[in-house]
Every structure is written in C-alpha cells, then in structure tokens.
Design a protein around this ligand. Structure first.
Ligand SMILES: Cc1cc2nc3c(=O)[nH]c(=O)nc-3n(C[C@H](O)[C@H](O)[C@H](O)COP(=O)(O)OP(=O)(O)OC[C@H]3O[C@@H](n4cnc5c(N)ncnc54)[C@H](O)[C@@H]3O)c2cc1C
Length: 389
C-alpha cells in the first residue's frame, strides 16, 4: 500500500491487488515506529494519521525477575514523534488506501488473488488474478511482490531464500485491561518464560514466547495449564485469565527468519516480508517493509518518469539499498534469539537481570541506544521530493 501510494502520488499508474475482501484480519502486530511516523510526516499526513485511535509509548519497560527496568527511551530521538504508536495494521492500511484513492492513476482491487505470473522469456510481464468475477490477466511494466512471508510471487518466480531458523514461536492473545492496571508494562522475563503485554486501551495484547514447535505439547496439557503459566508471570490477571476459554482464543505465530538471495528478476521486485521475513524480536517487521517501500519508490519513480522501462539494474539498486539494513537487523535478532531467548527458555525458577541490562536502569543515557535501534533502525529512508507529491 505504501509503495502504491508513493507511486500514485508521482503520477505512475499503479494497481494494488489484495486477496482478501478488506484489510481486517487477525492481529499481525500493531507497532508504528518513529521512523515510519517520520515518513508519514514527510508525506504531509501526520496530523490526519494521529487523529486515528491509537496508543503511544514513550518508554519501553521490562521486568526481569523482581526488577522493573526502563529499557528504551525515545525522548532523545531526532524526529518529530518521539514515541511508538500502537495502531491495528488494518487502520494504518485503510488510512493509506484512503490517501491513495483520490489519484485517478491509482486502483486498489480487493478480493483479487494473484495465482501466477505472466512471463515472456525471462521477463515477468504481469500476473494472473482470481477474483469473484472469474480469472483474468493483468499486464504491467513491473510486478512488485509485497505479498508477505508466504509470498506466492517469490515462490512462483523461483527466487531462492536463505532460511536462518528460530528457536521459538509466539502465542498471541488478548486479555481485558482495567484502569487500575499497571501502565506501559511491556515484557516480563521470569521462571524460564517471556511474556509481553502491550497496552491497547481497553485490552492487553499479550504474547507468550514458547520453544519452537511446543504448541502441541502446551495444548495437550490443557488451557488451565496455560492460565497457570500466565498467572505465574502476572498474578494481577487472575480475574480475567479465564477469558481465554479455548485454543481458538490463542493465535500461533510460527516464527521464521529468512531473506531472498536475489530480490528481483527482470520485470519483478520483492519487498517487505516477501523479500525478508523478520523475527518478532523488537517488532520491526512493519517498519522494514515501509522503509523498503520508500526506497523502492525513490529509485523507481525517476525510472518510470524517463519512460525507458524498468531495467534489472534499477531493480537491483533497491536490493543494494535495503539488503544491508535488513542483514544488520536480522543479525541482531538472531543474536538475541540464540543467546538470550534460548537461554531464558532453558532456565527454571526466578531470574535476575544481567549486568548489561541493569546498566540500562542505572544510566538513562544508555537507554538511547536500544531506542535508536528500535525506533529508527539502521539506514533510514526519506520520501524524496520527487515522491512527495
Ligand atoms: C502475529 C504477528 C505479529 C506481528 N507483530 C509485529 C509487530 O508487533 N511489529 C512489527 O513491526 N511487525 C510485526 N509482525 C510482522 C509484520 O506484520 C510484517 O513484517 C509486515 O506486515 C510485513 O508487511 P508486508 O507488506 O511485507 O506483508 P504483509 O503485511 O504480510 O502483507 C501482505 C499482503 O499481501 C496479501 N497477499 C498475500 N498473498 C496474496 C496473493 N497471492 N494475492 C493478493 N494478495 C496477497 C495479504 O493478504 C496481505 O494483505 C507480526 C506478524 C505476525 C504474523
């Protein structure tokens, strides 16, 4: 949607295809980081965006054993919005779609599932679409696969992916929130468990990190055993843990971390999760996808404008621009997965924060480092004047 909007603003004819009837579906992460907010501001939409219902987090806090610590403080970031916004992805996507709709050269087709690629020799020349009206073909100068971690586009194109593996999966669930609850509680690490709670106003969006593949085992122990695990971490939830009645109330995120070797071939480019599925560590998947979209727009718009077609060299520039930040973030995520999360999940009993984490609590200046990594990431993209509309 973001790339579609940026291209439309620059006068490029663009069709965004979405296989679902709308953007409303299961929770897929709600974090809009400061760097994305900066992009929204550069596009001139920030005031409108902040009118949508959302929560703000200025500080990331965590509790390890009995010690509560501030881990990241966004107050010093060199951006307008020194906070993370929590907003459902469907609201963000609908917002972008609303901004794109007035452009005559923009089309959003819902209920339009891409089922295959059209090719001429080596070149991708369009897509096959299945919609309620039947099957048809759509030809294009460029196809962008932004179809997520199970991308059909990348698979059909035969683009090879490097899998990095992950030691954990995540169970997502909702519990109601009361005005008397602690505010801005984020992560709790104790008793060999990691439990994250995100304040979403009248409910908590909760995540329990489990060992990879352990969900079946947890299910076989019964939902009461899951309740007990949650209460061991957060006893104040005892009056509402029963809201999790069946396993239908729990959503399993099978964590995968991968990256394409080549993000493009003639006529085709992959971005976002389709090019690189991220670990949930630090919740940066949305952010990276948005940064890819902005980088792609900045590179593609001049090429569209000069009218000589989109060459493979132009497409490779997008990968060259975005591969390094992706690699760096994935490297950090894999380090955290393999050295911190694995160790926590292997432990039993009460835990204490390690020295490096305690230092964050003692020296506030140190909290600027995780805030910068999480809030801005590495190599920020800016909306070039040519894409600014
Ligand atoms: C449970 C969960 C929690 C997460 N939590 C966070 C978080 O807190 N913070 C964060 O930053 N990231 C989070 N993520 C990751 C984040 O959602 C992704 O990194 C991000 O959405 C990637 O954006 P994308 O546009 O590349 O792909 P997606 O958001 O996956 O979008 C792909 C779109 O393509 C559509 N599509 C797929 N196949 C086709 C087809 N064949 N034809 C037409 N349309 C198709 C899909 O319906 C979808 O709308 C989470 C993910 C999950 C699953």
């Amino acid at each position: 949607m973001m790339l579609g909007l940026l291209l439309a603003r620059a006068g490029v004819h663009v069709t965004v295809l979405e296989k679902h009837a709308d953007f409303f579906r299961d929770f897929r992460g709600d974090t809009v980081h400061p760097s994305t907010l900066e992009i929204v501001e550069e596009m001139g939409y920030l005031d409108d965006f902040l009118e949508l219902p959302h929560q703000k987090a200025f500080l990331v806090t965590g509790q390890i054993g009995e010690t509560t610590l501030a881990l990241a403080d966004f107050a010093h970031l060199p951006v307008t919005c020194k906070f993370i916004v929590f907003m459902p992805q469907w609201d963000f996507l609908n917002f972008l779609a609303g901004k794109a709709r007035p452009y005559e050269n923009f089309r959003l087709e819902l209920n339009a599932e891409v089922t295959g690629l059209l090719t001429e020799g080596e070149r991708v020349t369009g897509v096959r679409i299945k919609s309620p009206g039947g099957e048809r073909e759509l030809r294009a100068d460029l196809v962008v696969g932004a179809d997520g971690r199970n991308s059909l586009v990348r698979e059909t194109a035969g683009l090879e992916s490097i899998e990095f593996g992950a030691p954990m999966d995540v169970l997502w669930m909702r519990l109601s929130r009361k005005p008397t609850d602690p505010s801005q509680l984020f992560g709790r690490i104790d008793f060999g468990k990691i439990f994250v709670m995100i304040d979403r106003g009248d409910y908590w969006q909760c995540a329990l990190v489990i060992r990879k593949g352990a969900f079946q085992d947890i299910q076989s122990r019964g939902i009461a055993s899951l309740h007990a695990d949650i209460l061991q971490m957060n006893p104040f939830l005892s009056d509402r843990v029963g809201e999790l009645k069946t396993w239908d109330d729990i959503k399993l995120l099978t964590v995968q971390v991968d990256r394409l070797r080549e993000w493009c071939k003639p006529g085709l480019l992959c971005i976002g999760d389709a090019a690189h599925a991220m670990s949930p560590v630090a919740g940066v998947g949305i952010n990276l996808a948005i940064q890819d979209a902005v980088a792609a727009a900045n590179i593609l718009i001049p090429a569209f404008r000069n009218g000589t077609g989109i060459s493979i060299e132009t497409l490779k520039k997008v990968q060259e621009r975005r591969e390094l930040p992706t690699r760096v973030v994935q490297r950090v995520q894999l380090f955290v997965q393999d050295n911190i999360i694995t160790r926590v999940l292997d432990r039993q009993g009460r835990m204490k924060p390690p020295l490096a984490v305690r230092a964050l609590g003692v020296f506030p200046i140190l909290r600027r480092i995780p805030a910068r990594l999480m809030g801005l990431g590495f190599r920020r993209e800016h909306v070039a004047p040519i894409a600014a509309g």
